[in-house]
Design a protein around this ligand. Structure first.
Ligand code: C2E
Ligand code: MG
Ligand code: MG
Length: 626
């Protein structure tokens, strides 16, 4: 018997526990005074060091010999009263049998051995309501480990049961599992849930002799980001939840509707094997989504783009089906029409080249491949060149010179448009400053994306560019294109006003082309309207000029009525000039005068200085025709 003193770890336990336990062990070991054998010491260290919630010493028959004070809170019976009771009597009936089997199979074989350690053992048991225990009436326990104390001199085998209360842990596990399987906002099954159910479904059907095909749909809300940006995430969330509820109610119970993430969803249609039927179902869903919903005083509706994939034609695994349906969705989305599309392998190539282009766009910025082209703006009364509009071009290494239609939308999606704007603007201001030094008193027009106009640092960034280029504010015009939807209207309006206060002119570009022209006019204080090319194209010949110019008439009259400067875009024919002059339109730009050209070419145009000859010729052509 070793004569080591009692280990302090042991004594760190609550005093009464320690003394009672030491007493008990001493009785068992028949030792005197208070010392523990190295074996007993090791076991006690292990058990106490693991800091179990509750500790019991139980004999081979399951009778309790010792319980820590804390056990009272668990069993509702005082620690002393627990001594002598069979542990099984504390358990629910169903667990009593489990426990006896456990005693018989695991504990009994160890009895009589000089030393043994079992564990950890995962035995989940539920307790009966104790005498003083109110709620909850049961507790889930985990027997973490069982250790045996049986020195040669002892008559009884004692087993340490270290118990942990896992009630909360179980509830937590359940909560986590629920979170994993269901989306908190919409209550719809989650991506995780979908993956396991589709995998199971595929496993089942592929094991059966006749694999039953099905359709898998990926869809994404159109312009949902606008709702979030304009009205805030709370209203965005409410709208999304209401939309999902409506959609869910319209679907048959066997159709699985899943929130994949953000505004992306999946419809797994295990009973639909026909793509036409699935398309009809998607279009019905789309109709439903387009019907307005009232949220927090706003009336909101939303479009969506659906991509359809067929099992097994388009994919045999969940991953390949998601990818195929997502590719089809991406395809229909890029068409800007909404609706649905069935996957086709050609779409993958198209998407790949889009992705590649996006990557190239980033690289192009770092390699400085963007530049400005210029188009002269002509005063219709005198023919003088009074301005130049800077237009972005991308000197693509492989594809040559690209115009904005090839990359602007993508740049907007990829969040790169502001960088491109700034790059083009900086170059144009530097070039235009040189023109001014050469004596050309023109106004430089810069196109600005909505992202730029509604950014907080917009004024500072334009100021910095002007200062760096030594270009005066009052010879600058900013064109706000209507296609780029402004979301932060107040911020944009404040920026526009601040620019005007500094003497910068502001124009609404492509006026009349989209539905928001008039709204913009109300929201933003501007100086200039640029009539969209489509109105000018209507005036292609003098014959057309007499017949169908009513829309252009209206736009021009309105701009004049508001006292705004009016610029016509896309002038290609003499008759158009004549018409515009008669309507007292101020300026024009278009291929008739000059196509957009590089800085060197534009310098020549400025040196020539005037298109008065073209105006005269136009007047003569027009007279001859009438
Ligand atoms: P925009 O500002 O309305 O520019 C006029 C567009 O019409 C230019 O197209 C120009 O090449 C074209 N155009 C000019 N005259 C004629 C004509 O007589 N007939 C025809 N059919 N077209 C004519 P481009 O350069 O392709 O630019 C397209 C649009 O891209 C611009 O329309 C503008 O909205 C946007 N954009 C151009 N540069 C930038 C830029 O640096 N930043 C931003 N955010 N947008 C830009
Ligand atoms: Mg423009
Ligand atoms: Mg325009």
């Amino acid at each position: 018997m070793a004569d080591r003193p009692t280990d302090p770890v042991f004594l760190n336990q609550p005093c009464t526990d320690s003394l009672r336990l030491i007493n008990l062990i001493n009785q068992a070991l028949r030792t005197d005074p208070i010392v523990l054998s190295p074996d007993a010491q090791r076991i006690c260290d292990t058990i106490m060091g693991a800091r179990p919630d509750f500790l019991l010493l139980v004999d081979v028959n399951g009778v309790i010999h010792f319980a820590t004070d804390a056990c009272e809170s668990l069993f509702g019976i005082s620690a002393l009263a627990l001594e002598g009771r069979p542990f099984a009597s504390l358990l629910q009936v169903t667990d009593q049998q489990n426990f006896s089997r456990f005693l018989h199979d695991r504990i009994a074989p160890m009895a009589g051995q000089s030393f043994a350690q079992l564990g950890p053992i995962d035995l989940r048991i539920k307790l009966q309501g104790g005498e003083r225990r109110e709620f909850p009436s049961w507790v889930a326990l985990r027997v973490g480990s069982v250790d045996m104390l049986q020195p040669a001199s002892a008559q009884v085998s004692l087993f340490f049961f270290s118990l942990m209360d896992i009630t909360h842990r179980e509830a937590e596990e359940e909560r986590i599992l629920h979170q994993l399987n269901f989306d908190a906002l919409t209550g719809l099954p989650s991506r995780y849930n979908l993956i396991s159910s589709v995998e199971k479904h595929i496993e089942t059907i592929s094991a059966s002799a006749q694999a039953k095909p099905f359709v898998f749909v990926f869809f994404d809300l159109d312009r949902f980001k606008t709702v979030n940006d304009a009205l805030g995430h709370r209203i965005g969330d409410e709208f999304l939840a209401a939309l999902c509820q409506r959609l869910k109610a319209s679907l048959a119970p066997e159709h699985i509707f899943v929130r994949f993430g953000g505004d992306e969803f999946i419809l797994f249609l295990p009973t639909v094997d026909n793509l036409n039927e699935a398309s009809t179902l998607c279009l019905q869903a789309l109709d439903l989504m387009r019907q307005p919903i009232d949220v927090a005083g706003y009336t909101l509706s939303c479009g969506a783009s659906f991509g359809l994939a067929h099992y097994p034609d388009h994919g045999r695994t969940i991953d390949s089906l998601i990818e195929a349906a997502d590719t089809a969705m991406y395809h229909i989305k890029s068409q800007d029409s909404g609706g649905c599309a069935v996957y086709d392998p050609a779409m993958r190539t198209e998407r790949f080249s889009q992705l590649q282009l996006e990557q190239e766009l980033r690289e192009a910025l770092s390699r400085d491949e963007f530049t400005a082209y210029y188009q002269p703006m002509v005063d219709l009364a005198t023919g003088k060149v009074v301005g130049a509009e800077a237009l972005a071009r991308w000197n693509h290494q492989r594809l040559g010179l690209l115009g904005p239609k090839d990359f602007l939308a993508l740049a907007e999606q990829a969040g790169l448009v502001r960088k491109i704007d700034t790059r083009v603007q900086a170059e144009a201001l530097t070039v235009a400053a040189v023109w001014r030094q050469q004596g050309h008193d023109i106004t430089l027009s810069l196109n600005s994306s909505a992202a730029q106009i509604e950014s907080r640092g917009f004024l500072r960034s334009i100021e910095a560019l002007c200062v760096a280029a030594e270009y005066p504010f009052d010879r600058l015009k900013i064109e706000l294109t209507e296609q780029a939807l402004v979301r932060q209207v107040e911020l944009a309006a404040a920026n526009i006003q601040a620019l005007r206060n500094r003497g910068v002119k502001v124009a609404i570009d492509d006026f009349g082309k989209g539905y928001s022209s008039l709204t913009y006019l109300r929201q933003f204080p501007v100086d200039v309207l640029k009539i969209d090319q489509t109105f000018i194209q209507d005036i292609q010949t003098s014959r057309d000029a007499k017949a169908g110019v009513t829309l252009a008439d209206v736009v021009i009259a309105m701009a004049k009525g508001l006292g705004l400067t009016l610029i016509a875009e896309g002038v290609e024919y003499p008759a158009q000039i004549e018409y515009l002059r008669q309507q007292a339109c101020d300026q024009a730009q278009g291929f008739l005068f000059s196509e957009p050209c590089d800085a060197a070419q534009m310098t020549k145009v400025l040196a020539a200085g005037s298109f008065a000859k073209e105006l005269q010729a136009a007047a003569q052509v027009s007279k001859a025709e009438s």
